[in-house]
Design a protein around this ligand. Structure first.
Ligand code: RB5
Length: 150
């Protein structure tokens, strides 16, 4: 199974650790960069991961210092539901209730052990559908049809 991952410079080390674990779990990991500690702009990485998630209909992982900037950027792309997760419970509910297709992690906030558990929980949990489906449909509706003055 494919999964996309990307980080800015702040998340490079964590990205490598998570990638190693995903590969051990037999995932085909699509690396959207960056791969050096040289400063890059997190929106560029968010866009690359989002493109893979949309094109292949897969899950994605994005990492920046706090996880905030990169998730804000990813959520601007139609079809992306990126959830910033700092704990396992949130990671599970992001999938079950929100059908999030990207998990965002702050490498300067969340240690590698917890970050790994967050990712594992996120990727193994399914959307519950039911009443949650209607709410996710409403998100899509806003995405498609929102206009100033509505
Ligand atoms: C980069 O210094 C930092 O601003 C970025 O990684 C992230 O935390 C932004 O939300």
């Amino acid at each position: 199974m494919k999964i996309a991952i990307g980080s800015d410079h702040a998340g490079v080390v964590l990205k490598a650790e998570i990638t190693k674990i995903l590969e051990e779990l037999s995932y085909e990991v699509i690396n959207c960069g960056t791969d050096s500690l040289e400063s890059v702009d997190y929106p560029d990485i968010a866009e690359k991961v989002a493109k893979e998630v949309i094109d292949y209909n897969i899950l994605g992982i994005i990492i920046c210092g706090t996880g905030i900037g990169i998730s804000i950027a990813a959520n601007k792309i139609p079809g992306i539901r990126a959830a910033l997760c700092q704990d396992i419970y949130t990671a599970r509910l992001a999938r079950e209730h929100n059908n999030a297709n990207i998990v965002s992690i702050g490498a300067r906030i969340t240690g590698p052990g917890l970050a790994t558990e967050i990712v594992k929980t996120f990727i193994k949990t399914d959307f519950l559908e039911g009443r949650h489906q209607r709410r996710v449909e409403k998100i899509k509706e806003i995405e498609l049809n929102w206009k100033r003055g509505n």
